[in-house]
Design a protein around this ligand. Structure first.
Ligand SMILES: Cc1cc2nc3c(=O)[nH]c(=O)nc-3n(C[C@H](O)[C@H](O)[C@H](O)COP(=O)(O)O)c2cc1C
Length: 389
């Protein structure tokens, strides 16, 4: 396929399932909730709203075992903040099983918010102990809970006693390099009643730098009886399978790679089944972006959609020649139709193998209007493809 990002060198169609794959690719249970496939969509603030989760499910048909919301403030929930309540919204017919992640420091508010999560019909309530944002940790929530293990233990105990749904926690390796305590924190949470632990193998001070420490993730998984889900730097279907096979985790969580490649969970399933790994056409990329935009439009005011779409587009076009120029143009678009003018013409030109001409034309054309400026003569060969999207 012209102008598509290179596939990982080992991402080659297989003709048979990897040997023994059924022994390690298995369902697992979070208390009474059965997770059919061991692949979990990571919680991502500003990203994993209902529209995004459903888009990933649609692109990865049947591959996502557990969905997690973006984190939701318990202050917002318990003070009836509209935005926080909107973040809890989901489609019960398709988003199953769903875990709603909450963050905060006040134990009573955490308990109250967990009861709201249960009442809204989610199957799991997850406690965020990994958020590194200063405004969250300063108030005693997120990764700060890694430094307050006993307090976290009491919090889990109280929440677990107050709701019927299973309570889970998502932690980091520790606060900093010299205070790695994920094993102790996981054990305390298990003792307090947590039914699953997700571990992002980085410390709070690392933020997103360096590499996730999967040796530590493995150690955590071996130190507790409840299922542990590993998170950090899984970029390809092969990496997901490799970590599942070579560590004691019950599941693999994927975050940023699912923004870049929402088909990734389906591609893992292709590998597991021994099918050729699905290749993603440019038409499919545009279809998925439109699908997402249409879902967002059902819940989010028009003015808020471009921001979310830009984020999605920015990751999805990483690695494409002139993807930066598309992002620059799309970022400046005034509404989503204008954005799709740029998106359509870009992918049409990519299909017609004339991105160089597209870029030249765009650079020399008028600034503001994607639909007219970007549909260059040189990209006209691709325009008919765009019309079919
Ligand atoms: C944009 C963004 C937002 C995130 N928001 C959350 C969040 O709300 N709650 C949480 O527990 N982790 C959050 N994370 C961390 C991810 O869940 C995940 O643990 C981390 O990105 C590492 O996994 P990855 O390499 O697959 O992205 C966020 C990560 C990103 C990139």
């Amino acid at each position: 396929m012209p102008n598509a990002p290179e596939l990982h060198p080992t991402l080659r169609p297989e003709i048979a399932p990897p040997p023994g794959v059924q022994d390690y690719v298995r369902p697992f249970s979070v208390g009474p909730v059965r997770v059919e496939r061991p692949w979990v969509l990571a919680p991502m603030s500003g990203v994993t709203d209902s529209a995004f989760r459903r888009t990933v499910q649609s692109a990865s048909t049947g591959g996502v075992g557990l969905l997690v919301t973006e984190f939701i403030s318990v202050e917002g929930l318990t003070r009836k903040n509209m935005k926080s309540h909107m973040r809890m919204a989901f489609d019960p017919a398709t988003e199953q099983p769903l875990s709603v992640q909450i963050f905060g420091a006040d134990i009573q508010r955490m308990v109250d918010a967990a009861q709201m999560v249960e009442a809204c019909g989610a199957q799991v309530v997850d406690i965020n102990c990994g958020c590194p944002a200063p405004k969250v940790v300063r108030r005693g929530g997120g990764a700060e809970l890694m430094r307050q293990c006993d307090r976290l233990g009491s919090m889990v105990e109280k929440i677990a006693a107050a709701v019927q749904v299973p309570v889970t926690v998502k932690i980091r390796s520790g606060w900093s390099e010299d205070s790695i305590n994920a094993v102790a924190v996981a054990q305390r949470c298990e003792e307090a009643g947590a039914q699953m632990i997700a571990v992002h193998g980085r410390t709070r001070t690392q933020l997103y730098t360096g590499r996730a420490d999967w040796l530590l993730v493995d150690e955590v998984a071996r130190s507790v009886k409840v299922p542990v889900v590993g998170s950090g730097d899984i970029c390809t279907p092969e990496e997901a399978l490799w970590q599942l096979r070579n560590t004691a985790v019950a599941g693999i969580m994927i975050g940023r790679a699912a923004i870049m490649n929402p088909w990734i969970f389906g591609q893992i399933e292709d590998l597991v089944a021994g099918r050729p790994v699905r290749e993603v056409s440019n038409a499919e990329r545009v279809r998925v972006l439109r699908f997402y935009r249409d879902l967002e439009a059902q819940h989010v005011p028009e003015h808020a959609i471009p921001g979310r779409l830009k984020q999605f587009l920015a990751r999805m076009t990483k690695g494409f020649a002139h993807g930066g120029l598309l992002r620059e143009k799309a970022m400046r678009a005034h509404d989503t139709e204008e954005m799709f003018g740029w998106i359509d013409s870009f992918f049409a030109a990519a299909d017609a193998d004339c991105l160089e001409e597209w870029a030249l034309q765009v650079r020399s054309g008028p600034e503001e209007h994607g639909t007219t400026a970007a549909r260059s003569d040189s990209a006209a060969a691709g325009a008919s493809i765009a019309a079919a999207y």
